[in-house]
Design a protein around this ligand. Sequence first.
Ligand code: PGA
Length: 246
Amino acid sequence: MLRNFTLYVEKDYQTMSQKAAEIFAAAVNLAPTGAYGFATGSTPIGMYEALIKMHKCNKVNLSAITAFNLDEYYPISASDPQSYQYYMRKNLFDAVNLPPANTHIPSGEAKNPLAECIAYDEKIAAAGGINTQILGIGNNGHIGFNEPDKGLMATTCYIPLAEATIDANARFFASAKDIPRHALTMGMHSIMMARQIILLASGEGKADILNKALRGPITTNVPASLLQLHHDVIIVADQPAASLLN
Ligand code: PGA
């Protein structure tokens, strides 16, 4: 049984990305100066492209939001092309005139990662909490970098990456020794406090984990399954990713 999710199954990646962008833009149009949560990875890139197009023809104004990203590798320099700082500037922020002061990503350069995590949650709270949080889902069911484990962290935290995540990210790095093994990530409470969540899933490689997350038992072994406890989750999937849900 699908719990209280709103599920959109779109034909392919492009239509899925467009649908997600329209849902997100509608939320921003209601609260153009609110705080919004962003995700990285390959899945949201099409949605960000669609948002940039909508921004350019005045269907949405993204230049006054406050942005909070889910996670960042640690350690990593903000200028490293593999950093999520770099990813967000290139794939969205620069194209929508969002001033750097409005954008927040846990710093992969922080001297004290624990202090960085505490400060990050304080910034989210000071911004009034996140209106709409965009999420991808890892092949292992992670959201942000909350990896399957016996327990999950509530608040933003410094964590080791799962081997499955390191393997999945290897494609972005020149050599294995360059792949970061730790990250700073918003924790489960930080994510679940968002008023609305949009979960994106694309490709048949995500079909099994999406099915487990949405219909399986709620378990820390599939962190995305905790979304079953959230009151307003919108799933936007393409047909291959949703193929086991019917
Ligand atoms: P992907 O990553 O979009 O590159 O598949 C998703 C995730 O790890 O959250």
